[in-house]
Structures are given as structure tokens and as C-alpha cells.
Design a protein around this ligand. Sequence first.
Ligand SMILES: *[C@@H]1O[C@H](CO)[C@@H](O)[C@H](O)[C@H]1NC(C)=O
Ligand SMILES: *[C@@H]1O[C@H](CO)[C@@H](O)[C@H](O)[C@H]1NC(C)=O
Ligand SMILES: *[C@@H]1O[C@H](CO)[C@@H](O)[C@H](O)[C@H]1NC(C)=O
Length: 316
Amino acid sequence: MEAKWLVLFSVAAMLVALANCQESLKPLVKMVKGKKLCDKGWECKGWSKYCCNHTISDYFQTYQFEDLFAKRNTPVAHAVGFWDYHSFITAAAQYQPHGFGTTGEKLQNMKEVAAFLGHVGSKTSCGYGVATGGPLAWGLCYNKEMSPSKIYCDDYYKYTYPCTPGVSYHGRGALPIYWNYNYGETGEALKVDLLNHPEYLEDNATLAFQTAMWRWMTPMKKHQPSAHDVFVGNWKPTKNDTLAKRVPGFGTTMNVLYGDQVCGQGDSDSMNNMISHYLYYLDLLGVGREEAGPHDMLTCEEQEPFTVSPSSATSS
Ligand SMILES: *[C@@H]1O[C@H](CO)[C@@H](O)[C@H](O)[C@H]1NC(C)=O
Ligand SMILES: *[C@@H]1O[C@H](CO)[C@@H](O)[C@H](O)[C@H]1NC(C)=O
Ligand SMILES: *[C@@H]1O[C@H](CO)[C@@H](O)[C@H](O)[C@H]1NC(C)=O
């Protein structure tokens, strides 16, 4: 008798769980000073206006991640078994209450995820012209620089971010970081000791995505917008920006992240590679590349860079 009830109960519980999976989780809602704030469980936690709308797992699911990064676990890839959907969503949970993939309408949300992953895909790809599936199917093939020719220790920062003996600060992560000062700054922000343990980024996919999302959400310098801000329209160009041809959109995200290494150089392969990944992902997500907007929003070929790198500190 009791066993029978137990079985019935577990079946009912399973049905409820299934139903919850299918329709998206309803957020908890409260009003604070006339503003609607929400909390949506682990994925969007902490009473934020951004948690009231769609969250990433509502419109970007495992099969889509698998589509975008179809070749990452083939035997010739260089980080087989490392990157997965779960790490991506776990990392994103920290930034969704701040608007990552949750600003504005669903279409805008999907475009931001495609743009962020377009950067990631192009930086971690091992796809070349002849690769099977085409060169754009090979994002997340790497999680680190394969044959670093140096350890990227800049002595100028020996008091702020001293290099740990025996450790190398070559490229690692979803938007790879290089140099002791970048590991130091990122580690400080994420409260992880990356200066002593840069290898954490090649051991932990959640952390590798998290550092990339932090970079996307954070201005490189004071008085500059973040890549997120220029993409979702939080940033309003000044007169100087307009003169410098910097307009809201994907093109300016490259300017924020890479400055003169990519932008204001005319038509360049590294710039076109990022754009191609973004457009390819828009197509795969069902958004369609026509939603990317006109050419001058996509490119930064004629933009004046936000940042000009000192010739000694280039990372290649
Ligand atoms: C929530 O969605 C509505 C309608 O799609 C949109 O107008 C609003 O800006 C979104 N809220 C936030 C905080 O992005
Ligand atoms: C990986 O990084 C995440 C995010 O920083 C952390 O919460 C988690 O504990 C780490 N996992 C391991 C196995 O260290
Ligand atoms: C605009 O550019 C001019 C000339 O480069 C500069 O002197 C001025 O400070 C800039 N204004 C702002 C608001 O950045």
C-alpha cells in the first residue's frame, strides 16, 4: 500500500519537473520605488530588472551550443572535452543580473550572445580554409596558446603584479588573456588567484568563460564604455565618437576590446574573422544575419581606435 503511494507520488513529481522544464521559470517579482525587480532562481539571482525578462537558457539551449561549436570535440581539436554548455550557463549566471544576454527584447538578447560568442569563436578557432565543415565550425577548438614563444612577464609591473617564478602568462581562456598584468587584474576582479595560478584558466571552463564575460561587461579603461554597453545601446556616442566613426554595434565592440590592433586598419583578416563568426552564429541561432544591421555597424575598419597600444606591449 505505502509503496504504491510512493510510486504514484514520484510519478507526479516527475511530471511536475517535466512541466517546469518546458515552460520557463516564472521569476519572483517585487516593486521597489516604482521599479519592477525580479529574481529568477540560480540563473538570474539578486533582484534585478534584468531578471524579469528572458534569461539565456530560455533562448539558448544545449543543442544550439552544440551547433555553434560542432567540431570542438573532434579528435584533432586541442581542448577535447573541455568546453561545454553547462559551464557557459554557470558562468553567465553571474552576469545576467547585470544585463548580459538579458537587456531589452529577446531578439536583442540573442544578438548579444551571438556577438559575445562570435568574439570567443574567432579567438579559439582552429578552422582554416580547408577544414571540414568550413572554417567557422571550429570555435572553442583551443583553450590555450599552443606553443608560446615567451612567458609574457612584463617587469614594468613588478610591484603591482609580480610574475610568479616558474609560471607562464601565455594566452588562456575563452577570450584569451596574456601577460602578468592582465592575469593580475582579472584575478583581482574575479577574486581568484590567477597571478599565482594562471593554469586555472585551462583547467576550469566555467572560469574560462567567466573571465571572458567579465572582459565583455567591463570597460578597459575609465571613461570608456564596455563591449556590452556599446552593443546593447547603453552607450551614447559623444560628438568625438561620431567624428571617430564609432557607432553602437558589433564593430565598436572590437574597438573596445582590441583598439588599434584591429580597428582603423582598413579591411583586415582578424577583423573579418570576428565578423564572420558573429554572422554565422546569428544564422545558426535562427536570428539571421540580416538582423546584424548595415555594414558600418558591423565593421571598425575606419574607426579611430579608443586605445592605441604602446608598440612594446603588443601581444603577438
Ligand atoms: C524587458 O522586455 C521588454 C519588452 O520586451 C523591454 O522593453 C524591456 O526593455 C526589457 N527590460 C530590460 C530591463 O531590459
Ligand atoms: C571553477 O570555477 C568556478 C567559477 O570561478 C568555481 O565556482 C568552481 O569551484 C571552479 N571549479 C573547480 C573544480 O575548481
Ligand atoms: C574630444 O576630442 C578633442 C580633440 O582630440 C579633445 O581635446 C576633447 O577633450 C575630446 N572631448 C571629449 C569629451 O572627450
